[in-house]
Design a protein around this ligand. Sequence first.
Ligand SMILES: C[S@@+](CC[C@H](N)C(=O)[O-])C[C@H]1O[C@@H](n2cnc3c(N)ncnc32)[C@H](O)[C@@H]1O
Ligand code: SF4
Ligand code: SF4
Length: 346
Amino acid sequence: MSPRRFINLFPKKYFFLKLFNFLKFNFSRYTGFRFVNYLPITMDVEPTTGCNFRCTMCQVSSPDFEAKNMKLETFKKIIDQNKQLIKIKLQGMGEPFVNKYLFEMINYARKFGVSCEIISNGSLLNEKNSDNLINEKLAKLTISIDGATKNTFEKIRVNSNFDVVKKNVENFSKKIDKRIIRPHFSAWSTIQNDNFEEAEGIAELCRDLGFDDLTYQLFLTGWGKSEWEEKNNEKNINFNNEEVLKKFNYIKKKYSNKKFKIDIFKENILNFNKKCSWPWNSSYLGANGDVVPCCIVADPKVKNMGNINSNSFKEIWNSKDYRELRENIKNNKLNDFCKNCYSEYK
Ligand SMILES: C[S@@+](CC[C@H](N)C(=O)[O-])C[C@H]1O[C@@H](n2cnc3c(N)ncnc32)[C@H](O)[C@@H]1O
Ligand code: SF4
Ligand code: SF4
């Protein structure tokens, strides 16, 4: 972890509460208990399911996908009940900037020593929004870069404008350049058949745009939905192929330097020996307060553990559903929505 990432994550408030919770988590993490006596260390909180893009591989593009914004009071309730959190990712299925309370959310979380990260499509990262993120001391901003050329970028990221995203990124890079306290600035590239050939170009572009790092995600998920799994499996590259891995390792070596790092993320390669850890250390809070097991599921229609407006998070975290999910993962008796994460079912 870079010194900046560490400083950005270091809790300035409620330190001992967070430390104590973290120690309890560490103490019991290897037991795989169904009932846990601590609360999550991190969370994904979805500010909105609304989006101005319709990316070809994203479930937000389904005609029946509903756009909802999280209310500020729901967000406050989540933080009030989870002051032990070290970090939240303000992200989900949607574009975070669509929610007009985004900056108030970051501000509120930071009052409780919870550092915030955002992943965005970059289209709404204008002057004002950029300044707000810096002023609210966002810990990390990630922008999705799925193409090195206008053609590919706009083919995948339907409704986008490559030039606008590039300009916004350039402006943000300039703003944070030479600042000591500033968000870590990352690029995320979801590799699929349509942009595989541009992988090297994406590294070059991201380095030149001033990102601190780039992660290639070599796998598309289907969010536990058969229609999306089928559709996205067709778009998936074969990341187990030696030549493919060689290519990404070559790019990594060629473009990584002191100021720019490259990572390769080969899906959540889980198996019966390397089990999912989500139900023990994190949770996903949907835009209307629904609690979902993880960001792979994301849509409460697939699995809903409860709603923060009906029960406290603490009750939901050790509810029958959560205890069953932990038990199933521990015993390798996976729920259907989990199977796509495990190599044994591929
Ligand atoms: C769902 S988006 C939400 C944030 C924001 N709207 C964005 O595009 O960055 C978060 C990330 O998921 C990626 N993504 C979209 N569909 C995906 C899929 N089927 N599998 C894996 N990642 C996906 C996007 O490219 C993006 O990098
Ligand atoms: S911009 Fe993000 S949320 Fe919107 S459709 Fe694309 S991947 Fe999905
Ligand atoms: S195994 Fe299940 S809980 Fe874990 S990430 Fe996959 S879908 Fe989510």
